[in-house]
Ligand binder design. Structure first.
Ligand SMILES: [Zn+2]
Length: 169
């Protein structure tokens, strides 16, 4: 659940062979420099999780089995580790993807990404109250770190976001 800002990109450049083109990182260049096959880059709207489309505006999705997280947002694309995602409940898979989409839309703010994800889920129909319970079970044991509040606090905030959208349906 990471969003790479300028510092993160600099860190990446410092420890990996990065293209010295001066151009922004794209899904294709990320896949190339991560030694992933070209087919790892999925066009916007073409990616599916648990049998249902997972899309994020115009963002492509890159499949990276070496990513040390379930999903991450880099610039204007989403990277997922299929092996880490597919064992999770469908609602949790879609939430993890939509959380990264929230980073692409709104930047590094974790609370904003969480809220954006549950709003998308309520509007698009892949997140129900019981699905949100599964998400809360999934993150409920996580501790706060520099970027994330603890799981319980994140869940309280997400339930407020969810109720606002669910109530206007
Ligand atoms: Zn995040």
């Amino acid at each position: 659940m990471r969003a790479l800002g300028i510092a993160g990109l600099l860190g990446l450049a410092a420890c990996a062979p990065a293209p010295e083109t001066g151009r922004p990182l794209t899904a294709q260049s990320y896949a190339h420099w991560s030694l992933l096959p070209a087919a790892s880059v999925i066009a916007p709207g073409q990616f599916a999780l648990a049998g249902a489309t997972a899309s994020c505006d115009a963002a492509p999705t890159v499949l990276n089995p070496h990513l040390d997280d379930t999903a991450a947002a880099y610039g204007d694309f989403i990277v997922v580790n299929p092996g880490r995602l597919t064992g999770l409940a469908p609602a949790v898979q879609h939430w993890a993807y939509a959380h990264e989409c929230g980073h692409i839309r709104f930047g590094a703010d974790e609370a904003r990404a969480d809220c954006s994800a549950v709003e998308d889920g309520a509007r698009q129909g892949w997140l129900t109250r019981s699905g949100l319970d599964q998400v809360c079970d999934y993150i409920g044991t996580t501790k706060a770190d520099l970027r994330h509040d603890g799981g319980a606090a994140r869940c309280r905030a997400m339930r407020v976001c969810f109720a606002k959208v669910a109530n206007i349906k």
